[in-house]
Design a protein around this ligand. Sequence first.
Ligand SMILES: *Cc1c(COP(=O)(O)O)cnc(C)c1O
Length: 234
Amino acid sequence: MYASRLQESLPRVRDTITAAAEGVGRDPSDVTLVAVTKGHPLEAVEAALDAGLKDLGENRVGELARKAGELDRSDVRWHMIGHVQRRKAPRVVAVTDLIHSVDSLRLAQRLARVTGEGEGDGPVRVLYQVNTSGEEAKYGFPMESAEERILEAAELPELSSAGLMTMAPYTDDEKMLRDTFRRLRELLERLRGHRPVMGTQLSMGMTNDLEIAIEEGSTMIRIGTALFGERPGA
Ligand SMILES: *Cc1c(COP(=O)(O)O)cnc(C)c1O
């Protein structure tokens, strides 16, 4: 079922990426498609890999570790995109290639500590999640103190910063979405002014807002629904 669904949905998503990127003079290959398999069975993971997708995203440490364990393939890069509890730091470091959701200085410090103690191999690659919308229910460094706090986290030698991540509000208000994404891009520019090795990745854009995110500079979009359909039980 997932294989036939992807046959239809993947070309459509790729066309959308290409059109959005080219519309603002960007190279579509500068946008990584992270296929979000959360909530879907292993069959979706296998279908995604068979369709040539290599970057897969999950938002729970347990589900990611279980799928990674059941999957008998090495051609996959796992992205952790959801909130990570500090006690799960060792596990997440052991199983992921990129953690998008480092949302506090304390989590950064914990990840650095477990990496220093030999979990994973080498520095752990991270993105710092910023609460660009100010919504209370959202995780992330608050916008007001993000610059200072992220620079502090980026000093940790066990972490390798690849850039920033944000989640936009769930809305069709195009201006609000654009402003949210632009804030993240401008924050990364300021951070890179202080610290050029901050990385250049901007993880922003989901099914609902991927075109606007790409127009505003996204280099990683995290797409679930548009590829796999509604999550079972959601
Ligand atoms: C679930 C999720 C996505 C994918 O959302 P869709 O709307 O299904 O594309 C992207 N990012 C994060 C952080 C998520 O939790």
